[in-house]
Design a protein around this ligand. Structure first.
Ligand code: 16G
Length: 167
């Protein structure tokens, strides 16, 4: 339902039709050969993940129904994955036994910046989290991205801090 999208777009872009030769869809096993992991390297450390490890992890995620919504944008003219973002749902007993959602691993390839594709990905996943009945959606981001996420209504929480232990 397009009316649920939060953002305004230029040049006839919509989350369902992000551009010429650009297809937005769920991650597939075959995306290993379309540069999916190389794209994630533009975000952070990926390491040396073999095709076998990728398949094992993909299948584990797939086995958790209604939990991992890994979305990609493929440039079909090059068979390359050029954008991705993930929605993860975490089931809860609180809030009427609904779920919280997190938006994770948002990346748009360097050569595809400025095409509103980050907006398309986040907009779609925010809508999805709402449609799926989550009571909130959250994310962690670098300071310089705060303004970008504010466009969709994300706010820094005045009462919660993000804390972590890194191993
Ligand atoms: C950013 C990402 C997060 C990702 C992390 C990786 C978004 C909105 N946030 O915080 O999803 O997992 O970077 O960084 O995309 P790390 O390798 O330091 O954990």
């Amino acid at each position: 339902d397009e009316s649920k999208f939060k953002s305004d777009y230029k040049n006839d872009v919509t989350p369902l039709k992000p551009g010429v030769n650009l297809q937005i869809r769920p991650l597939r096993l075959g995306d290993f050969d379309k540069g999916f992991l190389d794209l994630l390297k533009e975000l952070t450390v990926v390491g040396d993940v073999s095709q076998e490890q990728f398949i094992t992890q993909f299948n584990k995620m797939k086995a958790c129904s209604d939990t991992y919504y890994i979305t990609v944008i493929e440039d079909t003219s090059k068979s390359q994955i050029i954008g991705t973002a993930t929605l993860v749902m975490e089931k809860k007993f609180i809030h009427q036994a609904t779920a919280r959602a997190r938006i994770e691993d948002v990346v748009v390839g360097n050569d595809y910046r400025g095409l509103q594709l980050g907006k398309v990905l986040v907009d779609l996943l925010v809508c999805l989290s709402q449609v799926l009945g989550c009571y909130k959606v959250s994310l962690e981001c670098k300071e310089h991205n705060v303004k970008f996420y504010a466009m969709f209504g994300f706010e820094k929480s005045p009462e919660q801090n993000f804390m972590q232990i890194r191993f």
